[in-house]
Design a protein around this ligand. Sequence first.
Ligand SMILES: [Zn+2]
Length: 106
Amino acid sequence: MRKRNQISFTVPDELKERMEAAIEKLPGRWDLTKFARVAINEKLERIESNRCPKCGELNLNEARYCSSCGQPLTSEAQQKHEEIQKLIEDNIDLFRSIVEERSKKL
Ligand SMILES: [Zn+2]
């Protein structure tokens, strides 16, 4: 027997679970096709726009850094990251002493 609200077309399991959970919460009737289209578009958008170039992790569209490896995902974040890298490299001794100082306090 089919479960009420069960989705009858092929979508990734993770997405299907999310969709079914969302449908459970919706009052009254809901246009499943429309809902699926929105959910799938969201998922596709996320896949295309925010896959980490370093480790392949999918990140939220608004994420600026990879949630898995910390790779900057936007040009703005990349620029900041490079600035910090350069600052560290130019002041490596100072940076080392700051890190040592801080680890003493922990
Ligand atoms: Zn990553």
